[in-house]
Write a protein that binds this ligand. Structure first.
Ligand code: 3PG
Length: 306
C-alpha cells in the first residue's frame, strides 16, 4: 500500500524522515513528491496511492478521479479548504486534518508581524510597544488560543469574537469574550484573523469592518486570503492612512497594494506561518500516524468530510 506525501511547499527534512519511519515501520510504502510544478505531476503520483498526505496542496475532483485506489487524504495542518470534500465523500475517500499541530508556529508569526507593524517596519522612526495595547482575535480556535497566551506575556489585553466558542473557554484563559464583529474591530488596536475560508466567511472582512478600527489600527491575517474583500481593503487603506495590513496569505492585489501603500502593508512571499521544523514534525508525524491508524485499524477520529 502506497502512502504519497505530496507537498509543493516541502516539510523540513527532519519531519520527512520521521514520517517515512512511521509509514515504513507500519509496512507501508512511502513516496515523496516535493516542489512539484503542475497538477499533472501530482495526478500521476496519486494514481496508485492508497493514502495521500498534503499541506495546502489542491486535491480536487480531477486528482480524486485519477486516484482509484485512494482511501484517505490527510491534510497535515488545520485548514482543509484545499480539498474537495463533496467529491471525496462521494468516492468514499476519508479526509482528515491534524488540528492544533502547527498552531503555535502560526501564533508566533502573528507577533513577528505585530512587532514589525508597531516598529514601523524598522524604518528608523519612533514606533510603539505592544504592552498595554488591545488585541482582538477573530476566532478562538487552536491558533487564537496560542496567540492569546503569547499576548498575555506582552501584557496586552486580549478579547475574542467566536460565535462557536463558549464564553467560559475564553474567560478561563483571561480573554474577554466579545459578541459582535463590530465590537471586535472598534475596540482593538490590533485584530488578528483566525477564521477559516468558508462560503460564509469569504470576503467577510471589508471596507466597513476595517475602517471601524481605532486610530492606528493594525489588521493581521495569518488565516486565508479569501476572507478579505480586497477592494474594500484597498479603499480602507486609502481613506485611513493610519491603518496597516500584514498578511501571511498574500492577496491577489498584493503588488498594487505594496506600490500604493508601501510599508503600511506587508506580505510574506509564501505562506510561512506553519513553516517551522517543530510544526512540520508535529503535523507531519501526526498525519503519518493517522494514515497508519486508518489503514490498519480503521481509526477515524479527525475526519472532516463526514
Ligand atoms: C494550516 O491550515 O494548517 C495552515 O494554514 C498552514 O498551511 P501550510 O501547511 O500550507 O503551511
Amino acid at each position: 500500500m502506497k502512502v504519497l506525501v505530496a507537498t509543493e511547499k516541502p516539510f523540513a527534512a527532519v519531519a520527512v524522515d520521521g514520517m517515512r519511519k512511521v509509514i515504513e515501520e507500519a509496512g507501508l510504502e512511502f513516496e515523496l513528491l516535493e516542489k512539484y510544478k503542475s497538477a499533472d505531476e501530482l495526478k500521476a503520483a496519486a494514481a496508485n496511492a492508497e493514502a495521500i498526505i498534503i499541506r495546502s496542496d489542491i486535491i480536487n475532483a480531477d486528482i480524486l478521479e485519477a486516484a482509484p485506489k485512494l482511501k484517505i487524504v490527510v491534510r497535515a495542518g488545520a485548514g482543509y479548504d484545499n480539498v474537495d470534500l463533496e467529491t471525496s465523500k462521494a468516492q468514499g475517500v476519508v479526509v482528515q486534518n491534524t488540528p492544533g499541530q502547527n498552531s503555535n508556529a502560526v501564533a508566533e508569526l502573528v507577533f513577528g508581524m505585530a512587532v514589525m507593524a508597531a516598529r514601523n517596519s524598522y524604518n528608523g522612526t519612533s514606533g510603539t510597544e505592544l504592552r498595554g495595547k488591545r488585541l482582538g482575535l477573530q476566532a478562538y480556535g487552536q491558533v487564537g488560543r496560542n496567540v492569546a497566551r503569547i499576548a498575555q506575556g506582552f501584557n496586552m489585553s486580549v478579547s475574542a469574537f467566536d460565535p462557536y466558542c463558549p464564553d467560559e473557554v475564553m474567560t478561563n484563559d483571561g480573554v474577554k469574550p466579545l459578541h459582535s464583529v463590530d465590537d471586535l474591530y472598534s475596540g482593538n488596536d490590533i485584530v488578528s484573523v483566525h477564521i477559516p475560508a468558508t462560503p460564509e466567511t469569504r470576503k467577510s472582512i471589508g471596507y466597513f469592518t476595517i475602517t471601524n478600527m481605532p486610530l492606528g489600527g493594525v489588521l493581521i491575517n495569518t488565516a486565508r486570503k479569501e476572507v478579505i474583500d480586497e477592494d474594500g481593503l484597498a479603499k480602507a487603506l486609502r481613506e485611513r492612512p493610519d491603518i496597516k495590513y500584514l498578511a501571511d496569505v498574500k492577496p491577489d492585489n498584493a503588488d498594487a497594494l505594496k506600490a500604493e501603500f508601501g510599508d503600511r502593508v506587508f506580505f510574506t512571499p509564501k505562506k510561512m506561518g506553519a513553516q517551522t521544523a517543530e510544526a512540520n514534525i508535529n503535523a507531519g508525524i501526526a498525519a503519518a500516524r493517522q494514515v497508519v491508524a486508518y489503514l490498519k485499524n480503521g481509526e477515524n477520529r479527525f475526519q472532516v468530510n463526514k
